[in-house]
Write a protein that binds this ligand. Structure first.
Ligand code: AMP
Length: 455
């Protein structure tokens, strides 16, 4: 490539926590997005879009202490604006804006980037994509069960092994705090501390609670309750005994009993969900069941977070509309897919490179590539100016194009094309009229791992 005389003032850089994605990364990404979209649509969720920027006051007052991670600035008209932090708060604003244009219960999916000025680390970016499904306009636990089913199907569809959806209820956490004698104003401290149980252990959480002024006995009582484990029905029965007479506990337990019943009736695989009384979830807006999708290996944090938020829409509308929803983090899921090789990872969308033998042969090559495209084959013609065949094959090899079509003088004279499978080196010569069909067959063989060109 030609050099220009000017040197750039400095090497161009990408902002911390943000990334460029190369074509070979995008191929896998698009595949995963397409898979999620198909699962979401199978349940009747419909797509929407909202702007990346919102008025700042749309975003503030919803996330608790995480609010400090919102990117915000003044736009050129002097308005205070913020980049969306998740897709849930924009959805709540959207429902308030379009209430009369929507059919309720309203089910939407939304797969787009969100922004958080977080400290970048493994699995933690400043721009990342969330894949959300939400159901607005029903308080029925059936909606929460559907959302969990979508997660189970979506994660199964990308071959995610050993994932578990942890399930808890905000009201249970609140009732535990009440029963343990923790003052109302400190309930949020309890949630935040319990959320760290897996990370810092019982002693760490106990210390954190006590540091925040919670009496040590109260902290112990809460920690004893969240440590209960086992079959959901048994744990809920035990909780009903221990939290007897507490109104919030009764509501939370009744919700979870319904939720687990619906999951059973929807045939959810019990290996993929469990009651986890220690799950708190950070965000302030949750009011009911909360969920988190986790994998044991690799240690990458949660793949998805979710829950019911019956008062969030009311913050925009002045009138509550119950809602529940779930958000999968695309980046972490893709990191796991790559690390564990869960899906085939083609490096390119191209299926065949049509080579150009010479100026005289160009017309035949162009005619073939057009014919292949008309036959829905992803076919590219070699565009380099120097046309030695070695260079063309090298191009296909470096890009990872699985097939190369050769049209030399002999093939052109005979009306045939020579197809080479790059992985195995096998070649077949077929009439040009049969090229698309043969390519289809060769690609299927390649993808099934068979590799033999056959005839
Ligand atoms: P949250 O909205 O915080 O409940 O996050 C939902 C999901 O988004 C998480 O389970 C992660 O998979 C993903 N996620 C959250 N924060 C980040 C981040 N900084 N970078 C990448 N993915 C994230």
């Amino acid at each position: 490539m030609a050099r220009t005389g000017d040197r750039p003032a400095r090497t161009p850089q990408v902002l911390k926590g943000m990334r460029d994605l190369l074509p070979q990364q995008m191929v896998l990404r698009q595949h995963v997005i397409g898979t999620f979209r198909r699962v979401f649509e199978r349940y009747g969720f419909e797509p929407i879009e909202t702007p990346v920027l919102e008025y700042l006051d749309v975003l503030t007052g919803k996330y608790g202490e995480d609010e400090k991670l919102i990117y915000h600035f003044q736009d050129r008209g002097g308005r205070e604006v913020g980049l969306r932090y998740d897709l849930t708060v924009p959805l709540a604003r959207f429902v308030a804006t379009h209430r009369h244009e929507l059919v309720f219960p309203f089910k939407r999916y939304h797969i787009e980037p969100v922004f958080r000025a977080d400290r970048p680390q493994r699995g933690r970016y400043r721009q990342f994509w969330q894949c959300d499904v939400d159901i607005v306009g029903t308080a029925s636990m059936l909606a929460d069960a559907e959302v969990i089913m979508v997660w189970i199907d979506a994660l199964s569809a990308v071959n995610m092994p050993n994932f578990v959806v942890h399930i808890n209820h905000r009201k249970l956490l609140q009732s535990m705090a009440q029963v343990a004698g923790v003052p109302e104003a400190q309930a949020a401290t309890i949630h935040r501390a319990i959320d760290k149980l897996a990370k810092i252990g019982r002693d760490g959480v106990h210390a954190e609670m006590v540091n925040h002024g919670i009496p040590p006995e109260a902290a112990d009582r809460v920690l004893d309750l969240v440590a209960l484990e086992g079959e959901p029905a048994e744990v809920l029965a035990e909780l009903r005994r221990r939290l007897a007479g507490n109104q919030l506990a009764e509501e939370g337990i009744a919700d979870l009993e319904n939720l687990f019943r619906y999951l059973g009736e929807l045939n959810a695989d019990p290996a993929h969900y469990q009651l986890d009384l220690s799950l708190a979830r950070g965000l302030d807006y949750y009011t009911g069941p909360v969920f988190e999708a986790m994998v044991k290996e690799p240690n990458i944090g949660s793949l998805g977070g979710a829950g019911r938020y019956d008062h969030l829409i009311g913050m925009f509308l002045g009138e509550d509309i119950p809602a529940t929803g779930a958000s999968l983090g695309l980046e972490r899921i893709i990191d796991v897919i790559q690390e564990l090789h869960l899906l085939p990872q083609p490096r390119t969308v191209s299926e065949v490179l049509v080579t150009v033998f010479s100026d005289e042969g160009l017309e035949a090559s162009l005619s073939l590539v057009s014919q292949l495209r008309a036959g829905e084959v992803n076919a590219e013609i070699y565009l380099g100016e120097r046309r030695d065949l070695r260079r063309q094959v090298q191009y296909a090899d470096r890009k990872g194009i699985p097939l190369v079509a050769f049209l030399g003088p002999d093939e052109i004279a005979a009306g045939t094309v020579n197809l080479r499978v790059m992985a195995s080196g096998e070649q077949v010569t077929v009439p040009v009229s049969a090229a698309a069909e043969t390519i289809d067959r060769l690609l299927k063989q390649e993808r099934s791992g068979d590799g033999a060109a056959g005839q």
